[in-house]
Design a protein around this ligand. Structure first.
Ligand code: PLP
Length: 277
């Protein structure tokens, strides 16, 4: 029975509905999972870019999380934009005592280049949030930044993931999405790097055709939320990974020609129907 379990998204708000908590809640809903949300920052943005960011008071971010955890049957927390080091610390302290999965999408910059985590906040993000997470879902630029390892090849990606798993012993899996690797390639590979007690790190690869579209705003948020939902539904990392990759492929296809806004368009979550439970 998964209908009575909940996922809490801790993320920024995107009023245009493409990324952040809006993308997270839509994703969880179409996958048939109950979604709750604690807001870290308000942003003023549309498909053309981010205009302004208003961080929520860190104590109030913690209060939102504590209120939800005190009441709802939350088995998974998904973390997105944090904005500042103070908010990262507040989120970290609210995670203390939470025994479920913590899926962390390392939101560092928006596609227009706007910083969504202040540079000086990286150390707080590592010490207070990443150190308490169980799953990390970076894209290639995020993986390179977090691991300080070049990731232009498959070997580089796996070495970077392995390095992160060594540095953050609470992490059980790094799920790296390969869309940023060589834009000329027709095929994209995503990777699941899993900590294994007997074999060190085990890697799984999922290949799928590249879908040429400008509608990619919120794909990172959607992928991480879908992974959390698929993990809740399947109870394991490997089936969750392959289910998530399949869901993203189908969602990107449905979204490819959606005319919404004048810039980097959103995904068409509303064109999905819920899979069989
Ligand atoms: N979270 C918020 C609130 C955002 O505004 C953005 C991007 O603009 C993101 C996360 C990251 O979006 P993506 O999923 O495209 O990486």
């Amino acid at each position: 029975m998964t209908r009575n379990k909940a996922i809490l998204s801790i993320a920024g708000s995107d009023p245009s509905g493409g990324a952040g908590i809006q993308a997270d809640i839509k994703t969880l809903t179409v996958l048939g999972v109950y979604g709750a949300a604690a807001v870290t920052c308000l942003t003023a943005q549309n498909t053309r870019g981010v205009r302004a960011i208003l961080p929520v008071a860190p104590d109030f971010v913690r209060e939102q999380i504590e209120a939800v955890l005190a009441d709802l049957p939350v088995t998974h927390i998904k973390i997105g934009m944090l904005g500042t080091g103070e908010i990262a610390r507040a989120v970290g302290s609210a995670l203390d005592g939470f025994a479920g999965e913590v899926v962390c999408d390392p939101v560092l910059t928006a596609s227009d280049g706007h910083a969504l985590l202040a540079n000086e906040a990286l150390a707080d993000f590592f010490a207070h949030v990443l150190a308490k997470s169980t799953v990390l879902t970076p894209n290639i630029p995020e993986l390179e930044r977090i691991s300080s390892t070049p990731c232009s090849t498959e070997e580089g990606i796996l070495a970077a993931a392995e390095k992160i798993l060594k540095e953050f012993p609470n992490l059980r899996a790094v799920v790296a999405t390969g869309g940023h690797l060589d834009p000329q390639r027709q095929t994209i590979a995503d990777f699941l790097c899993l900590r294994s007690l007997r074999q060190g790190v085990v890697a799984r690869k999922a290949e799928h055709p590249r879908i040429r579209t400008a509608n990619t705003h919120g794909t990172g948020c959607t992928f991480a939320s879908a992974f959390a939902a698929c993990h809740l539904l399947t109870g394991d990392y490997e089936p969750a990974f392959f289910k998530t990759v399949g869901f993203m492929d189908s969602l990107l296809r449905k979204s490819a020609a959606l005319p919404m806004g004048h810039g980097n368009g959103p995904l068409a979550h509303h064109a999905c129907s819920a899979p069989e439970p």
